[in-house]
Each structure stands twice: as structure tokens, then as C-alpha cells.
Design a protein around this ligand. Structure first.
Ligand SMILES: Nc1nc2c(ncn2[C@@H]2O[C@H](COP(=O)(O)OP(=O)(O)OP(=O)(O)O)[C@@H](O)[C@H]2O)c(=O)[nH]1
Length: 280
């Protein structure tokens, strides 16, 4: 798989974001807790080099909780303020407090100057990590459109959370070229690239290879597989057999099998799984 994915609207959104940065006190970077390394846009180091940054490892409900805890330790050691969260089930008051705590020094400076200023944040991240979902939870309203596919948010938009906090939602931003195939595959697996531009079967084989090693029990259980000691194509055929995915003439519909495996992983149907550990 040779993945290159940097559509024009992202370049435009990046430009607009840069132009609006003056009005932003704190940058909140939403990562996918299942893949904090690959969902960390390396371009942000340059874009936000002069800003205070705060990481939210979102979709923690889908990730392995022990591995997420290791990631939080990892960021703490690097002196990066980070929190794990689930926009589906997380405690929103806790998240709000952590954001305000992270910006305490900024707020103190405003106070010292006699300004009682609302904290202005931008929430940024690669597509589909849950930026709009987090914002909707924070504001207590479903103001912003969400969708389990990349590219739902198209423009910058401010949302007032309360008298202390305003947050700007931003379109998902990737970077022009993935440094290796693995990053591209992981970004695709968490749903941040439109899958129709990829070879879905190749991605499904990659996922099967990973799951065989990291979560054999969950894989067997979900697809009622008796044994995993086979090549990835045979495993995909086994999944098709168990699900009854057959083409006319009796051949296995591996395209459908691949699509199903990828969708079920993306939506957390296989259980709580992480694709990356900090020590890797
Ligand atoms: N399970 C789970 N699903 C989540 C969570 N946060 C968001 N989602 C789902 O993930 C999908 C993407 O969420 P969005 O809020 O649209 O993501 P986004 O980062 O704004 O996406 P773009 O507009 O493409 O940049 C939606 O289907 C959400 O309901 C979470 O913490 N847990």
C-alpha cells in the first residue's frame, strides 16, 4: 500500500487555522487512544510551536485501558499535559477542569492585567478522532455535525461552552505524506482516511496480521475461528465462511469479508484494542 492523502481542502484549512491562531490561547489536540503515535500530526509541532498544547486521547472506550495508562505515563515523562477521554461515556466536568487547569498560567496572566478573559481554545487533530463529538459534549448540545468517516467538519467554527471557555472546531488535518506504510495503514484503520481510496483487502490482511499477534482471543471469539495458524488470506476466507459471505458460484466474498472486518474494528466490535504501545 502506498498511501498519499492530502486533499486540497486540508491545505486551505491549515492556512485558515494559521491565520486564526492569534486569537487562540490553548491548542487542544485530539488523538485516537488506540493509536496515539500515528494520530499525532507531525506538522503540528511546526504549526503550534508557540502555543500551549493539551492532548486528549479520545475514544478511550475503544482502547486497551492498560495501554492507554502507559501512554499517559509516557506523555507525563515528556512533560506533555494529556488526558484520556471518551466522548461517548467520559466525565465532561473532569475534562473541562483539566482544560482550564492546563491553561491556568495563561488565565493568571490575564487576571494580573485586570482582564477577565474567556479562555479561547482550538481543537485540532486528524480526521475522525472525535473533535466535534468532544465539543458537542462540552457544550451540552449537538451543535456540530459528527460522523464516523473522515472530513465531516469543513470549516473553522467557534462554540461558546460557558462564560469561561470558547472552543474553535477545525477540519481534520493530515500531513502531505506518511513517513512509512505502517502509519498510513494505522491511520486508515482508525477511519481517518476514506477507505475507498485504498485496497481494503490489503488493509484487512494487515489488520489480521496484527490481531493474530496482539489479540488472538478477541479475533477467535468475534469470528468463531478455531485456529489462527494460517495465512491471512485463509483466515479471511474462514471469516467469510463463518459469516456466510459467498458469491454466486460458491467462492468466498473476500471483499465483503474485508469490509466487515475493517468496519467492526473501527467501531470497536472486536473489543477494546490498541494498535500502538509507547515503547514501540
Ligand atoms: N466509541 C467512541 N466513538 C466516538 C468517540 N468520539 C467520537 N466518536 C465517534 O467517532 C466518529 C467521528 O467523530 P467526529 O466528532 O465527527 O470526528 P472529527 O474529529 O470531528 O472528524 P472530522 O470532521 O473528519 O475531522 C463519530 O461517529 C463519533 O460518534 C469516543 O470517544 N468513543
Amino acid at each position: 500500500m502506498d498511501i498519499q492523502w492530502y486533499p486540497g481542502h486540508m491545505a486551505k484549512a491549515r492556512r485558515q487555522l494559521r491565520e486564526n491562531l492569534k486569537t487562540v490561547d490553548l491548542v487542544i489536540e485530539a488523538l485516537d487512544a488506540r493509536a496515539p503515535a500515528s494520530s499525532l500530526n507531525p506538522d503540528f509541532d511546526d504549526l503550534f510551536s508557540h502555543k500551549t498544547r493539551f492532548y486528549i486521547l479520545n475514544k478511550a472506550d475503544l482502547a486497551d485501558p492498560n495501554i492507554t495508562a502507559n501512554w499517559l505515563d509516557h506523555f507525563k515523562r515528556k512533560e506533555i499535559d494529556a488526558v484520556s477521554f471518551s466522548a461517548v461515556s467520559g466525565n465532561i466536568q473532569f475534562l473541562k477542569k483539566r482544560i482550564l487547569d492546563c491553561a491556568a498560567a495563561i488565565l493568571k496572566r490575564y487576571e494580573e492585567r485586570g482582564m477577565h478573559k474567556t479562555l479561547r481554545c482550538a481543537i485540532v487533530g486528524i480526521p475522525n478522532v472525535g473533535k466535534s463529538a468532544i465539543l458537542n459534549r462540552l457544550s451540552g448540545e449537538k451543535k456540530l455535525k459528527e460522523g464516523n468517516r473522515p472530513g465531516v467538519t469543513k470549516s473553522l467554527q467557534w462554540a461558546r461552552i460557558d462564560e469561561h471557555l470558547e472552543i474553535m472546531d477545525t477540519p481534520g488535518l493530515l500531513w502531505p505524506k506518511f513517513e512509512n506504510e505502517q502509519t498510513g495503514a494505522v491511520v486508515a484503520l482508525i477511519g481517518s482516511i476514506k477507505l475507498d481510496i485504498l485496497d481494503e483487502e490489503a488493509l484487512a490482511f494487515y489488520l489480521l496480521g496484527r490481531l493474530k499477534n496482539t489479540a488472538p482471543g478477541l479475533l477467535k471469539e468475534r469470528y468463531h475461528l478455531d485456529e489462527l495458524d494460517k495465512n491471512d488470506f485463509e483466515l479471511l476466507e474462514d471469516i467469510c465462511r463463518k459469516r456466510g459471505f459467498l458469491l454466486r458460484g460458491g467462492a468466498y466474498d473476500t471483499e465483503r469479508g474485508a469490509k466487515t472486518l475493517l468496519d467492526e474494528f473501527k467501531n470497536g466490535k472486536l473489543g477494546r484494542l490498541s494498535l500502538e504501545k509507547p515503547e514501540q
